[in-house]
Write a protein that binds this ligand. Structure first.
Ligand code: UDP
Ligand code: MG
Length: 319
């Protein structure tokens, strides 16, 4: 069998209700583009019957396969696994909840044939999200473009097409605290954006809470910038200058007006203030040390429990 021209990788975590509607809409579109395509679901430790739903559809359509993790490893890692297993000349990454309209893939492929090695969907409005969330998203892009070593196109997410060349480079980046959006930008290559409107989630709930999003944002900044580390040098420097100035002030005051004992409140306040700053800076250093620790352990990114279909196909898979 010829190796597929187009691979679609879809991370899924408890998406049972979305699998059938997604396939119904996606598969005809893929067949319009080429006959040699494959769809790989990465089952990211689903606890519902997501995997059974995929197997069911696979019975009628063997071009669908799955990689099933032994537990939940997170979407970023699921994408990495998808890139490892995809064999297509072009690889499309998309969500399972139909928020990424499959029709866009046709446009992606057109642009790819025009010579772009990376074609990303760029969401045009975020009106479905709360003001606060949008505000934070904007702040994140601002911070990132200011302090990160690379620029991120605003509104570009994981919904994109990547040429085989880009996929091979991404596969060599084995970092654990993965921030895909940053990695896509880091590898470079000729890229272009295609605007699209994010649709409503079909079934189930979003798996992201405010806390996980915040974590994700920090991961992103920490993976591409050392500014949070360096900033403490400047703050420390400023505080030293300030304390020298204060010392001089007190010496002169004592020489001119003699000495008096009051001043405990200001003493306590400054002790608390500076210990706070020290703890905070230690915390940031700790975040980076923690990341170094995670990397040097050299654990594999993910553990596959079951592989369904694909190159290493075993006949017993086809039950
Ligand atoms: N997802 C995953 N592992 C996770 C969380 C999410 O594979 O730990 C998948 C999920 O099934 C979906 C995609 O990532 O296909 C996007 O997730 P979600 O819709 O919850 O995120 P949002 O659209 O709210 O950003
Ligand atoms: Mg979603």
């Amino acid at each position: 069998m010829a190796s597929p021209q187009l691979s679609v990788i879809i991370p899924v975590h408890n998406e049972s209700a979305n699998i059938a509607p997604l396939c119904e809409r996606l598969l005809p579109i893929l067949s319009r583009i080429t006959s040699v395509w494959e769809v790989i679901f990465i089952d990211d430790g689903s606890r519902d019957d997501t995997l059974d739903k995929i197997k069911e559809i696979r019975r009628a359509e063997p071009r669908i396969g799955a990689v099933s993790f032994s537990r939940n490893f997170g979407k970023e890692i699921a994408i990495a696994a998808g890139l490892d297993h995809a064999q297509g000349e072009a690889v499309v990454i998309m969500d399972a909840d139909l928020q990424h309209p499959p029709e866009m893939i046709e446009t992606f492929v057109e642009r790819w044939r025009d010579g772009y090695l990376m074609v990303y969907g760029q969401r045009t409005d975020r009106s479905d999200e709360t003001r606060v969330k949008r505000g934070f998203a904007h702040l994140f892009y601002q911070l990132f473009s200011r302090f990160g070593e690379i620029g991120l196109p605003e509104g570009a997410g994981d919904f994109r097409l990547i040429d085989r060349k880009g996929v091979e480079v991404l596969r060599t980046l084995g970092e654990k605290a993965r921030f895909s959006k940053g990695l896509y930008a880091w590898i470079g290559f000729k890229a272009t954006g295609v605007p699209f409107v994010v649709e409503e989630r079909q079934f189930g709930n979003s798996k992201w809470s405010f806390r996980t999003l915040f974590r994700f944002a920090f991961d992103g900044i920490a993976a591409f910038s050392t500014v949070p580390l360096r900033i403490w040098t400047y703050i420390g420097f400023l505080i030293s200058i300030l304390s020298i100035a204060t010392a001089v002030f007190f010496v002169i005051r004592t020489l001119l007006f003699g000495t008096d004992l009051p001043g405990f409140p200001s003493l306590i306040v400054s002790i608390m203030f500076f210990s706070g700053i020290q703890l905070m800076s230690l915390g940031v250093v700790g975040e980076y040390v923690g990341r170094i620790f995670a990397e040097v352990k050299r654990r594999p990114l993910y553990v596959v429990a079951e592989r369904i279909g694909g190159a290493a196909e075993v006949s017993s898979d086809l039950v």
